[in-house]
Ligand binder design. Structure first.
Ligand code: AMP
Length: 187
């Protein structure tokens, strides 16, 4: 089973992805984590993206698509993918469609975790205390949120027409969101 977790930064995609990884024995495909790893390893990609990441800007589609292609082409991960934070632009969504076709896979569920900006701001403030992510200060968050609204909203419009699209109220408790997802996937 392949799933997409969709929603603004701080909506809880990562938390639900980790739960689903355990439950389905799948793999979390978090472009944010993959990009942070590149920075930690001080790789060529890492050096190129560090400023954009710290400023809350999107990393180029080309870099992200290349990282994603590696994961989709891995036979061990076939039909065991949980996308968290990808796709984030229409061009990424189209790239994903092509890669799925090429690797003979489909998306089974698209979950949109819908949360208001105020609720997310509170969550980001808490997460900053726990994880100490350098892109988590409030100014950067607002930039990330606005980038999401401008660039990712068209992806939402694109996926909302898909019969596999489900909207979930992401402002409820983590366990409630998990229960709703469980109910939809029904395994
Ligand atoms: P996240 O951990 O998903 O909140 O992502 C953290 C940051 O990584 C974002 O603010 C972007 O700078 C970058 N990023 C993550 N995923 C993508 C993506 N699919 N496309 C472009 N940039 C991304």
């Amino acid at each position: 089973m392949n799933l997409i977790l969709f929603g603004p930064p701080g909506a809880g995609k990562g938390t639900q992805a980790k739960y689903l990884v355990q439950k389905l024995n799948n793999f979390q495909i978090s472009t944010g984590e993959m990009l942070r790893e590149e920075i930690q390893n001080n790789s060529e990609i890492g050096k190129k993206i560090v400023n954009d990441m710290n400023e809350g800007k999107f990393v180029s589609d080309q870099i992200v698509n290349t990282l994603i292609e590696k994961k989709l082409s891995d036979p061990d991960k076939k039909n065991r993918l949980i996308f968290d934070g990808y796709p984030r632009s229409l061009s990424q969504a189209k790239n994903l469609e092509e890669l799925l076709k090429k690797t003979n896979q489909v998306i089974d569920f698209i979950f949109f975790l819908n949360v208001d900006k105020d609720v997310i701001i509170k969550r980001i403030e808490n997460r900053k205390l726990i994880e100490k992510r350098s892109d988590d200060d409030l100014k950067t968050f607002i930039k990330r949120y606005d980038t999401y609204m401008a660039t990712t909203k068209p992806v939402l419009d694109f996926y909302s027409k898909n019969p596999k699209f489900y909207e979930i109220d992401g402002s409820s408790e983590i366990t409630e969101i998990t229960a709703k997802i469980d109910n939809f996937i029904n395994v």
